[in-house]
Design a protein around this ligand. Structure first.
Ligand SMILES: NC(=O)c1ccc[n+]([C@@H]2O[C@H](COP(=O)([O-])OP(=O)(O)OC[C@H]3O[C@@H](n4cnc5c(N)ncnc54)[C@H](OP(=O)(O)O)[C@@H]3O)[C@@H](O)[C@H]2O)c1
Length: 317
C-alpha cells in the first residue's frame, strides 16, 4: 500500500467492523467525509448502524481474493483506508497486505497494550519499549507488529495502535469478574456488587472508543505519513475503586459493595482467571507521541459514562 492520505469521499474497509471499535468508526469516519465499509461474518442486528452505513458479510480470509478481483472499493486510483480491527495473527494480516500492495492508501492494525505482559508497577511504557508478551494471543499481536514493521521497510503505509482498555456503547463494562452489561443496572438497583480489593489490580487507563475512532480518522487523513507504532490510552489512570465510583455515577454503594482478593474472585467465578491474570500487573501506556501529534484522547470516563450506561440499559444490540 503506497502512502496516500485519504480525502473526503474515500472509502475505509473496517475488518471486524460491527463490534465496539467498528461501530465507533462507523460514527467517526463520516464526520471527516470518509465512507466506512464494515466487514463481519454476520449481518449487524437491525437498528445497530446509521442507515447509510454499508456492510459486507464475509470471513476475513475471503477478503484478499475479493480485493484482487477488483469488486471491492478503492479502484480508479483513489486512496483506500483499511483498518484491521481484529489483527489476530500475522498469518491473517499478511495476505491482506499482499492484496493491497499496489493500492494507494493507508493501513492501520489494532494492537494491544497487553503485549507488554506483566508490567512493573507504575512504569509507563513508551512506543519504543520492547514488548514481552505473556500470552499466546499477545505473541501473535507482536507478530502483527513485526509484520507491519517489515512491510513498512518495503514502502507499505502501515501502523499498529497499541490500545489500552476501550469502552463505550457496544460492550458491557469490564469488571473483576469479566464483562457485564448488566453492571449499570445492578449499580442503580439493589443487590451485592462483587469487586476487587484495593491494590490487587493495576490501575486502568480507560479509553473512550469514540476518541480512538477519531484518532484513526485523523491518522487516515493527515498529510504527514503514519508512524510505525502508537500507544493509545485515555487521559486518566484510575484505580479500580475510582473506576467503580464513576460507573456508579455518584450513588453510594455502602454495604452492597463486597471487596475480594484474587483467590476469592476466582472462587466466585472461575472464568475470572483471565481477567485476574491480565489485570494484576497490567501495563501503563505513555502516549506522548500521540499527544505531540495533537491527536490525544481527552474524554474522561465521567464524561462518557452516561452514554455508555444508556446503551447498556437500553437492550439495544
Ligand atoms: N477489549 C479490550 O479490552 C481490548 C484491549 C486492547 C485491545 N483490544 C483489541 O481490540 C480488537 C477487538 O475490537 P472490538 O472490541 O471492536 O471487537 P468486538 O467488539 O469483539 O468485534 C469483533 C468484530 O469482528 C467481527 N469478526 C470476528 N471474527 C471475524 C472474522 N473471522 N471475519 C470477519 N469478521 C469477524 C465480528 O462480527 P461477526 O462475529 O459477525 O463476524 C465483529 O464485527 C482486537 O484487536 C483486540 O485485541 C481490545
Amino acid at each position: 500500500m503506497r502512502d496516500a492520505a485519504l480525502q473526503a469521499g474515500d472509502e475505509v474497509l473496517v475488518v471486524g467492523g460491527t463490534g465496539l471499535i467498528g461501530r465507533a468508526l462507523a460514527r467517526a469516519l463520516p464526520e471527516v467525509g470518509l465512507q466506512p465499509l464494515l466487514v463481519a461474518r454476520h449481518d449487524p442486528p437491525t437498528g445497530l448502524l446509521a442507515a447509510p452505513t454499508r456492510c459486507l458479510r464475509l470471513e476475513r480470509n475471503e477478503l484478499p481474493a475479493l480485493l484482487r478481483s477488483g469488486l471491492l472499493p478503492g479502484g480508479h486510483g483513489r486512496a483506500l483506508g483499511v483498518v484491521d480491527v481484529l489483527a489476530g495473527s500475522a498469518g491473517e494480516t499478511a495476505p491482506l497486505l499482499d492484496a493491497l500492495a499496489q493500492r494507494p492508501g493507508r493501513f492501520i492494525a489494532i494492537g494491544s497494550a497487553a503485549v507488554f505482559g506483566l508490567a512493573r508497577s507504575g512504569l509507563r511504557h513508551d512506543e519504543a519499549s520492547a514488548p514481552q508478551p505473556g500470552t499466546e494471543a499477545m505473541r501473535r499481536k507482536v507478530d502483527v507488529e513485526q509484520l507491519v514493521a517489515r512491510r513498512r521497510a518495503a514502502g507499505v503505509a502501515g501502523c499498529v495502535l497499541r490500545i489500552a482498555y476501550p469502552y463505550g456503547p457496544g460492550h458491557g463494562p469490564l469488571g473483576p469478574l469479566g464483562r457485564a452489561r448488566d453492571l449499570f443496572e445492578r449499580l442503580q438497583g439493589g443487590g451485592v456488587i462483587d469487586w476487587v480489593a484495593p491494590g490487587v489490580f493495576s490501575p486502568l487507563q480507560p479509553l473512550a472508543v469514540d476518541d480512538l475512532a477519531r484518532v484513526i480518522a485523523a491518522l487516515l487523513t493527515r498529510r504527514a505519513a503514519l508512524p510505525a507504532l502508537l500507544h493509545v490510552a485515555g487521559p486518566q489512570t484510575l484505580d479500580w475503586s475510582a473506576y467503580l465510583e464513576v460507573l456508579a455515577r455518584g450513588r453510594p454503594l455502602g454495604r452492597r459493595l463486597r471487596l475480594h482478593d484474587a483467590d476469592r474472585l476466582c472462587a466466585l467465578q472461575p472464568a475470572a482467571r483471565w481477567v485476574i491474570d491480565h489485570l494484576r500487573q497490567a501495563p501503563l501506556l505513555d502516549d506522548a507521541m500521540l499527544q505531540a501529534m495533537g491527536l490525544a484522547c481527552r474524554t474522561p470516563l465521567a464524561a462518557a459514562v452516561d452514554d455508555w450506561a444508556a446503551w447498556c440499559l437500553s437492550g439495544l444490540p
